[in-house]
Design a protein around this ligand. Sequence first.
Ligand SMILES: [Zn+2]
Ligand SMILES: [Zn+2]
Length: 235
Amino acid sequence: MLKQRIILAIFLASLAANAVGVLADPGWLCLPAALLGWYVADLMSGLVHMYMDYRPCPPGKQLNDMFFYAGSRESAEYLALARDRLARINAFERLVYDFKNHHPRPDALGRRSLWRLIGSTVIVATLPLSLLLLAAQLVWSVPGWVVAGVLALLTGGAFAQFFHGSLHRAHNPWIVEMLRGARLLMTPAAHQLHHDTLQRDFATNCGWSNPLINRLFAALRARGYLGDAGLEPSS
Ligand SMILES: [Zn+2]
Ligand SMILES: [Zn+2]
């Protein structure tokens, strides 16, 4: 718990330290660069989501017992079952399972802690990249607009699953409501289009990249990829 807070604090501090580079070299290019970074983060959220939704769970692990469990998910029986099944798969496969589990039980995502939602993304990707950007700024004179673009990308990328969770939660921090009001985050109604068919609108940050991802999805389906069998675990 303390370790998680320290990692998050280091990450936020690194973002703030990087932002100094934008303030030191401001210019009109910073705004379009930041919007482009925000778009790319949205695109990545959508591509990862599309892949994870349709990537089949490993067969032979009986994850279906968990997925289709009919009783209470707080019962001792279910918790023991979940412990047993999750021990059979690796961390990445658990993430894949989580994406599928989200469809029949969308509200569970809204109840998760911030760390559970973004911890792995921060550790494996955005924290190292943020520190690299900081190191690059110390060694070279990186233009402010480049820093602005990368910062927007790192922020949108790091908080992608938190933003997705916020779409399944009635009460959100003011910053989420503010970004939604500014159209920098999508609305629950817009995200519902994904849950209605599971065949469109995979991006969950601002949704700007959904027209592009929808075309990509249609093209891949037409070629026989992303079949429905991948949406649920088999025995
Ligand atoms: Zn999905
Ligand atoms: Zn969702």
